[in-house]
Design a protein around this ligand. Structure first.
Ligand code: C5P
Length: 345
């Protein structure tokens, strides 16, 4: 089994705060791809009654992540290519008259306190506009695995910013939302620029990246999460960082084989050292001969880049068989696809 001591993926219990009578029932959506193949309203708030919206917050994958150096503030200067995928959390956000920020989570084991990035985002926005009088009630339905390198919490934060900018009638431009996003976390601003972005600085400087075609992936999420800070602590900064030109060019050209060859993640080595079974998952995926295989972000989720949807189904079926025979039987296997320019607001 996993060699590292298990890290809890969830935190405090939630207190029940409901948005409205109409919204009392949690959204019952499948774990993956609830809107697969359709236009996906990522980070586009949909009206859900007076003063309320529903918003879908997608996960991301890193197709390339290189470290350029350590900064005086303790963060690392990096270059990363991020891609939104159709695996979503859902947030129901309501503006309330009381100057409070309330959060209810499903599952209830998820933290609903000030450490939750959705609350941090709402606080950052109130601070930015100097309006401590503003209030919101948020119901978060979590489907994106936590501590997986899929940035579910960051995406929830970005969705909260977009929803509250609308509900609180702030009309802040994207550049101002990006400032609040950067105050919450390094990955948050990317979700304001879906579907693909070349991210630099500590990750918060985002250049939208053209995407020639939808991409198909199989994601495997082992039952053990990895803490981002733990992985960075074990990192050796490379003397000669790799260039991301090849991966960007392959993405622009829609050249899957070149993209597969150019996949790279400098955080794999420290993550593998922390949790050797994650390395084995990448090896098992690449053994199945997809276009490429990699760990996402700081892990622990790994993915196979597949040639089309059928190839993704083939890889998913094969990896499920392999995992069921080994020590990885509780690993989740998801078939997803990238978002596209038409999907994003
Ligand atoms: O920005 P965020 O809160 O997501 O970062 C979590 C942790 O990951 C940081 O506290 C830091 O230890 C590490 N990190 C880093 N360099 C980055 C991004 C994150 O060292 N560019």
């Amino acid at each position: 089994m996993f060699a590292t001591s298990p890290q809890p993926r969830m935190g405090r219990r939630s207190s029940a705060v409901h948005l409205s009578q109409a919204n009392r029932q949690p959204l019952r959506l499948p774990h993956t791809s609830p809107l697969q193949g359709e236009a996906v309203p990522s980070l586009r708030p949909i009206a859900a009654g007076p003063d309320a919206v529903v918003i879908a917050a997608p996960a991301k994958l890193n197709l390339f992540l290189e470290i350029l150096g350590k900064r005086p503030d303790g963060y690392h200067e990096l270059e990363t290519l991020m891609l939104g995928i159709d695996l979503f959390d859902t947030l129901e956000v309501k503006s309330i008259p009381e100057p409070q920020l309330r959060l209810e989570c499903e599952p209830v084991s998820l933290s609903n306190g000030p450490d939750n990035l959705a609350i941090k985002a709402a606080e950052a926005l109130r601070r930015q506009v100097n309006r401590p009088d503003l209030g919101a009630s948020i119901r978060l339905t979590k489907r994106i695995p936590t501590q997986a390198g899929l940035a579910g919490g960051s995406s929830d934060a970005a969705a909260t910013l977009v929803a509250l900018n609308h509900l609180w009638k702030l009309n802040l431009p994207k550049a101002d939302l990006a400032l609040a996003a950067a105050a919450v976390g390094s990955d948050v601003a990317f979700f304001l620029d879906l579907p693909a972005g070349w991210c630099t600085g500590r990750g918060e400087i985002v250049q939208p990246e053209p995407l020639a075609r939808r991409l198909h992936f199989v994601i495997v999420c082992p039952p053990i999460g990895l803490g981002t800070a733990d992985v960075y602590r074990r990192l050796t900064v490379p003397a000669s960082p790799l260039s991301g030109e090849a991966v960007r060019q392959a993405l622009r050209n829609g050249d899957l084989e070149a993209l597969g060859r150019a996949l790279h993640n400098r955080l794999q080595e420290p993550a593998f050292a922390l949790s050797p079974p994650v390395q084995d998952l990448v090896r098992q995926l690449t053994d199945l001969r997809p276009a490429g295989g990699l760990m996402s972000g700081s892990g622990s989720a790994c993915f196979a880049l597949c040639r089309d949807r059928d190839d993704a189904q083939r890889v998913a079926a094969a990896i499920r068989v392999r995992l069921s025979q080994g020590a990885f039987s509780s690993t989740r296997v998801l078939v997803v696809q990238s978002l596209a320019h038409d999907d994003a607001s």
